[in-house]
Write a protein that binds this ligand. Structure first.
Ligand SMILES: *Cc1c(COP(=O)(O)O)cnc(C)c1O
Length: 516
């Protein structure tokens, strides 16, 4: 396979100068070059017709606000459409191929979900519509809430958080409110070394001091170290389960009991719930709060494709402190939205609001469509297939890539590899860049931090065996090239619209402003 990418091209065929010949346009057949919009546009061109009488006041206002004519690029409508469509063709999407990004759960977005979300009754509903006009939407929110509570074995759920990290904040604010209600001012949040970066960030944002709990040699939370640190200053722990090493935290119930005995609360980062949905109920593990990423576990589009949604399931102890508004089924069977006005009677201990309106309605409809189309048995199968696929990847790369916790037993939904064993001077980044040439989005790299040169691969359950074999073939080939010291890998990608970028510069000093 060496030197041939997944679609069978050889480097010399696909190189920037096809057959040694550069094109006059810069385009290469279907690989289209595109300049910055500032280089294409002219300040005096409009995509729409503006009346002279209207144009001057607009320009005048802009001049007044900025003290100069803004150098906005003007393009005609077809030029604008082409600019963005050409750019979109340089992008990679879940509809083009797999996204093996560990922790991100980039799975196929079923078209049925899209159909349901576009139904006019949902899609055209305004968030300020009066309650009587939005009954169907509240019914959907309530039904989804019911499923999330059932699947997790928890007591309540806050539906409004807009993403996983926002859900973490919601859960941690519930913990803070519960401690305040007890008249306690506990300051420390314990977070394992392998935690997702959002966990310590959330706890710090909510005013807690972070203390790390080390991992054991087999990649799980060090139970003894955690127990030893518990005390009257500890508000709680934030633990990801399954964790970011792709392993199930087997001691979760023991951890929860110990934290509760010491007066703290247990936050579980549920971003990896897709590995255990229908199999394990976090409520049975003593968890007090856990966010669910609808855009991961329940297949709603994310990344460039759509907004997130991070409902938080809550234990009986934390439910009274959850945010407003929430839906509630009345004695007559209708679903009502409980807002601030009703709060004094219905929910007096709520810490407040997480969002202006009722949550990500478009994601609720998609997630509920996904849940109902799978059913309880289908969701359990999702977890089984996600875990099966990850273990297939893990075992298929044995002898090619080092798996630091390969001996800790089967992995959950993601397989973790390290850069141990690569030829001197070759890194995880070289493998990731090589994957681009192979036609795949790279895996998650250099995370979790507990593993040197980590490569975290999450295939998800929606990849077929044939698709996985293709990916494994590419990864094996790249691993062998990196072990053999094949120098061409160090300058990959060779076939992408851009070669290897200085990623620090691109992040720290992005060129966003036209200096023309
Ligand atoms: C994705 C993820 C988060 C954050 O979720 P967002 O929806 O991106 O805010 C937190 N923890 C883990 C383990 C994740 O994978």
């Amino acid at each position: 396979m060496s030197g041939v990418n997944a679609s069978g091209w050889r480097p010399e065929m696909g190189s920037a100068e096809a057959g040694g010949q550069a094109t006059a346009s810069g385009d290469k057949a279907l690989m289209l070059e595109e300049a910055l919009i500032f280089e294409l546009g002219r300040p005096d061109t409009y995509g729409v017709d503006i009346d002279e009488a209207d144009a001057e006041p607009i320009a005048g206002l802009a001049r007044f606000l900025r003290q100069q004519v803004p150098a906005l690029p003007g393009l005609s409508e077809p030029e604008t459409v082409r600019h963005y469509t050409r750019l979109s063709r340089q992008n990679y999407a879940i509809d083009l191929g797999p996204f093996p990004l560990g922790s991100c759960t980039m799975k196929h977005n079923p078209r049925l979900n899209e159909k349901v979300a576009r139904m006019a009754g949902f899609a055209d509903l305004h968030p300020l519509a009066p309650q009587q006009a939005a009954r169907g939407a509240f019914e959907v929110i309530n039904e989804l809430a019911h499923w999330l509570i059932e699947l997790t074995g928890m007591h309540g759920v806050a539906m409004t958080p807009k993403a996983g990290a926002h859900g973490e904040l919601c859960g941690v604010l519930c913990i803070k409110a519960a401690l305040q209600a007890r008249g306690e001012d506990r300051k420390v949040m314990l977070v394992p070394e392998s935690a997702h970066g959002t966990n310590p960030a959330t706890a710090a944002f909510a005013g807690f001091t972070i203390e790390n709990i080390p991992a054991t040699a087999e990649g799980r939370v060090d139970l003894e170290a955690l127990k030893a640190r518990l005390g009257p200053d500890v508000a709680g722990v934030m633990i990801t389960n399954p964790n970011t090493c792709g392993l199930f935290e087997r001691d979760m119930k023991v951890i929860s009991d110990a934290v509760h005995a010491a007066g703290g609360y247990v936050y579980c980062d549920g971003a990896n719930f897709n590995a255990i949905v229908g199999k394990v109920r976090p409520g049975d593990l003593g968890i007090d709060a856990m966010h669910i990423n609808l855009h991961k576990t329940f297949s709603t589009p994310h990344g460039g494709g759509g907004p997130g949604s991070g409902p938080v399931v809550l234990s009986e102890a934390l439910s009274p402190f959850g945010p407003l508004p929430f839906t509630s089924r009345q004695a007559d069977g209708t679903v009502l939205l409980v807002e601030e006005e009703d709060a004094a009677a219905a929910h007096p201990h709520s810490f407040g609001r997480m969002a202006a309106f009722h949550g990500q309605m478009g994601m609720f409809t998609r997630a509920l469509a996904y849940i109902l189309s799978h059913g309880a048995d289908g969701l359990a199968r999702v977890a089984e297939d996600a875990v099966l696929n990850a273990n297939y990847v893990l075992r298929s790369l044995e002898g090619h890539l080092e798996a630091p916790f390969g001996a800790s037993g089967p992995c959950m939904h993601e397989a973790l590899f390290s850069d141990a064993g690569l030829h001197e001077g070759f890194t995880t980044l070289d493998i990731a860049k090589g994957l681009i040439d192979e036609g795949f989005h790279p895996m998650t790299v250099y995370f979790p931090l507990v593993v040197h040169g980590a490569m975290l691969v999450e295939p998800t359950e929606t990849e077929s065996k044939a698709g996985l074999d293709r990916f494994i073939g590419s990864l094996r080939s790249l691993a062998e090239r990196a072990k053999a010291g094949d120098d061409s890998l160090k300058s990959a990608p060779h076939f992408a619209p851009r070669r290897r970028l200085d990623e620090t510069q691109a992040a720290r000093k992005p060129v966003l402003v036209w200096k023309g």
